[in-house]
Design a protein around this ligand. Structure first.
Ligand code: NAD
Length: 263
């Protein structure tokens, strides 16, 4: 039976863990070829790649390219073009964080966050658009963040990159609007990923708090539902944005943040 994304190719940056991996599984589940990217244990990645092929009945390619480097991004996009004739669905998701006051913010961390969280999305997008235009169909999705709409102290580089991503996406949406291409941001609040889970024991110790106190009074303090977003909820939004029903959603910033940015 044909699935909704059979014959399409999706490239998801930063998809060896967390939200990116959930996107890859969701899109493969709908029959897409997937290009996954990111770092991690080689055996675990290979196992995941096989699993994605079993899910999709199509192909899964792994790219270990470092997206802080333009030449590596170009190589990844070339590999995808050679394997699949181009990318139909581009999800810019790779990202990192560093927390420090502006006057103490390490310059190398600033450069890393801007390169990975913002510049890499420009490079993948500029390289993906020509094929999308020629096919008159494309989906560009950015994992932005609640921090594309609001700020928190000590996250200057991250907030700058995510606000930049939101502006970039609106411009791309306008430039591609008559080509069957949509460009949108998904902006999660706190998402339950291993990254978040691993912070809990240390925070319990540092603040002398219970697990529940850390979850509610620290991590979820700004999230009115007092619930973490799940990676599957974020991936479901991406699937919807890839559907025909979402063909007129472009230039939008879709919040999935338990009400964070409503405040
Ligand atoms: P994660 O750390 O689990 O995943 C990050 C991915 O990026 C990994 O696959 C990693 O290998 C890859 N990566 C890191 N550096 C790279 C590089 N130089 N080149 C290529 N790949 C690289 O994080 P996550 O929580 O799944 O976050 C994914 C995205 O979602 C990020 O853009 C993040 O800002 C955003 N986001 C996360 C949350 C949250 O609460 N977890 C909330 C809002 C937005």
């Amino acid at each position: 039976m044909s699935k909704s994304l059979s014959g399409k190719t999706a490239l998801i940056t930063g998809s060896t863990s967390g939200i990116g991996l959930a996107y890859a599984r969701a899109l493969a589940g709908e029959g897409a070829n997937v290009v996954i990217n990111g770092f991690g244990d080689a055996d675990a990645i290979e196992k995941e790649r096989h699993g994605l092929e079993a899910l999709s009945g199509a192909k899964a390619l792994y790219s270990g390219h470092d997206l802080t480097r333009v030449d590596q991004i170009e190589a990844m996009m070339k590999d995808a073009a050679e394997a699949f004739g181009g990318v139909d669905i581009l999800i810019n998701n790779a990202g990192t964080q560093h927390v420090a006051p502006v006057e103490e913010f390490p310059v190398d961390k600033w450069d890393l966050i801007i390169a990975l969280n913002l510049n890499s999305a420009f490079h993948t997008t500029r390289l993906a658009i020509p094929t999308m235009k020629s096919k008159k169909w494309g989906r560009i999705i950015q994992t932005a963040s609640a921090h594309s709409l609001t700020a928190s102290p000590y996250k200057s580089a991250y907030v700058t990159a995510k606000h930049g991503l939101a502006g970039f996406t609106k411009t791309v949406a306008l430039e591609t609007a008559t080509f069957g291409i949509t460009a949108n941001c998904i902006s999660p609040g706190y998402v339950w990923t291993p990254l978040v889970e691993n912070q809990i024991p240390d925070t319990m110790k540092a603040r002398n708090m219970t697990r529940e106190q850390v979850m509610n009074d620290v991590l979820l303090a700004g999230q009115p539902t007092k619930q973490f977003v799940t990676v599957d909820q974020v991936a479901a939004m991406a699937l919807f944005l890839c559907s025909d029903a979402a063909a007129n959603i472009t230039g939008a910033n879709m919040s999935i943040d338990g009400g964070w940015t409503a405040q």
